[in-house]
Structures are given as structure tokens and as C-alpha cells.
Ligand binder design. Structure first.
Ligand SMILES: [Zn+2]
Length: 291
């Protein structure tokens, strides 16, 4: 563990990301790693716990050390017994996923920095998550392709370990744990997906139906959690931060889905993803008869 910190410090102080241009211009003072760590602990990050983080670094910065500085603060807050988890999904389903080299730029600079660090494990799936710390191996292996966010997946295992979800500068639209809740609630909507995998050096395609849609209505979960005081809000770096238990997210979302299976889906005609999910629920007899 100490070795990892030392390696990361070497990255920090030799890299050119320490002080973004706007700091040098004097617009905002960078927040130190020690202060970030204090902010995380004040928010309620549990030392020794499992924490999955979704982050828009543009909202967090400037911080000492850039993305690596934030990762170091998260590790310090969790401590040596803790586990840090981040999404690490491919940007392009049409390219073969290689756990050692496929970037995850769409997940943001912090996530795309994290999986490359020494001591960080990554699940072997186009829907990959990366993890560091005590439970990293448990969190990342295995990761089925066909049900990417079920109980037997990285977010499923964060839930099993009573982990926390931290949203930094993003809302619940980025909260993958809500997909776990959809799976556990048994929602029937699916979108047709295919994934390109490397197996024994060969490229193979896997076709499957994924519980998915545009996810904009995941924003509803914000109010559901607030209504039962199941979410803490604060500031980390310069970003608005939200922290909640994965179990609270799952149980509250499952209650709402039991009342209304399609609560997250837009009405027909708003966007293609929700249309596909909605139409997957209709059997042929439910379609209006042709005149
Ligand atoms: Zn939609």
C-alpha cells in the first residue's frame, strides 16, 4: 500500500497536471489533497469501506495533483482497509475490449487515469469497472457481459458489501447502481446490444438484451433519496457532492419500480433509447391494429 502511495506521489510531482492553467491565471486556488481528504470524511465517506465514485473532474478542479490528487485523497479517506471503485467502460462497443489497453475516456479523466494505476484491477468486460484496495479482486471478478449490472457484477458486489456511492459534480443520471436496482426489481424492458470481445486472441461478438434506456429520468432518484434523508450533500473540491449507501439506492428504487415498471422511461417519441425499451415491453397484440 505504501508502495502504491509512493508511486502515485512520483506521478503527481513529475506530471504536468498538478496545477491547471486557470490556477496559474489566479482564478481559483487549488484545493490541497489534505483538504480534499477532509472534505470526503466530513461528507461521510467510511474509512475501511467500499466506495464507488462517478466524477466530472471539470467540476471538482482545480485540485493539487489534478486527477491523481483526487484519487490519492479518495484512497487516503478510505484507508488501507478500504476499496475504491470506478467505472471503466469502453467508449466504443464496436471495437474489441482489451482489459489492458481499452480507454474509458467517456467516463472522465479521473476514471481513465484510475484503471491504469499500479495495483488497480479491472473487470474483463466492455462494461468494466476498476477497483483498488482490500476488496478489489472480489469487486472485479467475474463480470458477465450479458447482465452487466446484476447482483453478480462490480456494482452488485459493492451493494453486497454495503458500499457507498459518491457522485462528484454529476447527478444520479451517472449512477450505475440504479441499473442494479432495475435488474433486481425484474424490469422486463431491454435494448438490443452487442459487444466485441477478445477471447484467446480471437475476436468474438456477443449479442444480448440489456436493461437500458437514455437514463435521464434517473435524476428522479435525487428527490426520492432526499425525501427519506438517505443522501448526504456537500462539497468536494469545487464540486457539489452526493453520498449515499448503495443499499438505500437499490431498495428505494425497487419500491418505485414495483409501483411503476416504466417510471424511468420517457413517453414514446422523445428519444430512441427509451422508445426501444418501451417497445420491447409490447407484445404483438398490444400494438394498435392497422387500418
Ligand atoms: Zn429517454
Amino acid at each position: 500500500m505504501v508502495k502504491v502511495y509512493a508511486l502515485m506521489s512520483a506521478f503527481l510531482y513529475n506530471g504536468d497536471t498538478s496545477f491547471p492553467k486557470e490556477c496559474l491565471m489566479g482564478s481559483l486556488p487549488p484545493i490541497s489533497i489534505a483538504e480534499l481528504t477532509r472534505q470526503l470524511l466530513d461528507l461521510g465517506v467510511k474509512p475501511g469501506g467500499v466506495l464507488v465514485v462517478h466524477c466530472a473532474f471539470s467540476r471538482v478542479k482545480p485540485v493539487e495533483g489534478g486527477p491523481l490528487g483526487l484519487i490519492t485523497a479518495l484512497q487516503q479517506a478510505l484507508g488501507e482497509e478500504g476499496t475504491l471503485v470506478m467505472p471503466s467502460m469502453t467508449d466504443d462497443d464496436e471495437l474489441p475490449f482489451d482489459v489492458r489497453s481499452t480507454p474509458c475516456r467517456d467516463m472522465g479523466i479521473v476514471a481513465d487515469t484510475f484503471w491504469r494505476l499500479p495495483g488497480v484491477l479491472r473487470s474483463d468486460s466492455p462494461h468494466a469497472f476498476a477497483a483498488w484496495g482490500a476488496e478489489a479482486a472480489f469487486i472485479t471478478v467475474p463480470h458477465p457481459v450479458e447482465i452487466p449490472h446484476g447482483l453478480d457484477s462490480p456494482v452488485g458486489r459493492v451493494y453486497q458489501r454495503d458500499g457507498q456511492v459518491l457522485l462528484l459534480g454529476v447527478g444520479h443520471t451517472e449512477n450505475t447502481t440504479i441499473h442494479l436496482a432495475e435488474n433486481l426489481a425484474g424490469v422486463r424492458y431491454r435494448r438490443r446490444k452487442r459487444a466485441c470481445l477478445l477471447r484467446d486472441g480471437a475476436t468474438i461478438w456477443v449479442e444480448y438484451g440489456e436493461v437500458d434506456h437514455c437514463c435521464q429520468n434517473f435524476a428522479l432518484v435525487d428527490g426520492w433519496l432526499d425525501a427519506v434523508h438517505a443522501q448526504r450533500r456537500g462539497r468536494v473540491g469545487y464540486a457539489e457532492a452526493r453520498l449515499c449507501r448503495a443499499r438505500d439506492v437499490v431498495h428505494i428504487v425497487m419500491e418505485h419500480l414495483r409501483d411503476n415498471e416504466t417510471i424511468f422511461l420517457h413517453p414514446l417519441g422523445v428519444d430512441e433509447q427509451c422508445d426501444e425499451a418501451r417497445l420491447s415491453l409490447l407484445s404483438a397484440s398490444d400494438f394498435p391494429e392497422e387500418k
